[in-house]
Design a protein around this ligand. Structure first.
Ligand code: AR6
Ligand code: MG
Length: 304
């Protein structure tokens, strides 16, 4: 499968998971009770995709990372109705008010910074653009997180999600992926979650156990591991994303993360057409998101 199809698959996959999960956000696992075929209800994406678009635009325009510009992209693209987390909203408000992108995020949550999943949910462009350089990927994952999320756990969650996408682009065998992720990750909370993923895969655990052990919440450490698990457990884009959303909780974001890894692994062609066709179109809709994937590919390999 072509690398280009993987680049596009990661971005479209992320948006699809977001739009599929969005109408169910905040429902418990029991409430997300679905039967038969999974339908995309409105096709509208949320803040996850709006911010992912900003990350991609900034990487393309700057041929790499530029924090001040990335902050500007987030602010320009911002629509309150997309449902931003309170931390991200506050960081962007501060930057718009004149604080530097280096300083703003550190003021949140009593000076601890956010460990919400908002940095990891938008990281797909970093995962594909730096898929062949783990050190650079970590550096840019941390820096791009820092615009809104300065807590170590928020940054490490974004780096872990980005590296999962990178391994998926590389076509790493699923059996080898957990090993590589464990080697990569630095924080003990994530190390422990990866150990749990391994144990849960071995025992084909039920959904209750997954939610209990891995989480389905708005914190990066309660969502990134769940997305990795959902990807690893199934053999198709569709099954992985439907499963991730069926766990309830932060469905749009865990859907987006699972969709990004799965899209990078299986490629654009593996994403159900009926979902892609339902994804919103318009100025920054599905055609634009696909174009961003093509541009990231062009900038990376042809540098023009
Ligand atoms: N201390 C306590 N709670 C925290 C901390 C902290 N240091 N950091 C985060 N939280 P936020 P996001 C909790 O607000 O990550 C949207 O629906 C706190 O409850 O930075 O950008 C997206 O689609 C906080 O409100 O937002 C995502 O699903 C929450 O984590 C979701 O929101 C999220 O952190 C996350 O967006
Ligand atoms: Mg959202």
């Amino acid at each position: 499968m072509s690398l280009k199809s993987k680049f596009i698959g990661a971005l479209i996959g992320s948006a699809i998971g977001d739009a599929l999960g969005a109408p169910l956000e905040g429902n418990s696992m029991e409430e997300v009770n679905f039967g038969g075929d999974w339908k995309m209800i409105s096709g509208r994406y949320t803040d996850d995709t709006e911010m992912m678009i900003g990350v991609a635009e900034s990487l393309i325009e700057n041929r790499g990372f530029n924090g001040a510009d990335m902050a500007v992209k987030f602010i320009q693209n911002y629509h309150a109705r997309r449902g931003y987390g309170p931390g991200s909203k506050e960081a962007l408000r501060r930057i718009r008010g004149g604080e530097s992108w280096e300083d703003a995020s550190g003021k949140l949550f009593g000076g601890k910074g956010s460990y919400g999943n908002g940095a990891a949910m938008r990281i797909a462009p970093v995962g594909i653009f730096y898929y062949d350089n783990a050190d650079k990927l970590r550096e840019i994952a941390y820096k791009s997180s820092h615009v809104t999320h300065s807590h170590e756990l928020g940054k490490e969650g974004a780096a872990l999600q980005a590296f999962s996408i990178a391994l998926a682009v590389q076509g790493t065998e699923k059996e080898a992926m957990l090993h590589d992720l464990k080697e990569f990750v630095k924080n003990v909370i994530y190390k422990e979650k990866l150990r749990k993923i391994e144990a849960l895969l071995a025992e084909e655990a039920d959904k209750k156990a997954i939610v209990f052990e891995l989480g389905n919440g708005q914190e990066a450490f309660n969502s990134v591991p769940t997305a990795i698990y959902s990807f690893l457990r199934f053999d198709s884009f569709k099954d992985a994303v439907v499963y991730a959303i069926s766990l309830g909780g932060d469905t749009d974001t865990i859907g987006a993360m699972t969709g990004a890894i799965s899209g990078a692994y299986y490629g654009e062609g593996a994403i159900p057409v009926e979902w892609v066709e339902r994804l919103e179109e318009g100025k920054k809709g599905r055609s634009y998101i696909k174009w961003l994937g093509e541009e990231l590919y062009r900038v990376k390999f042809f540098n023009d």
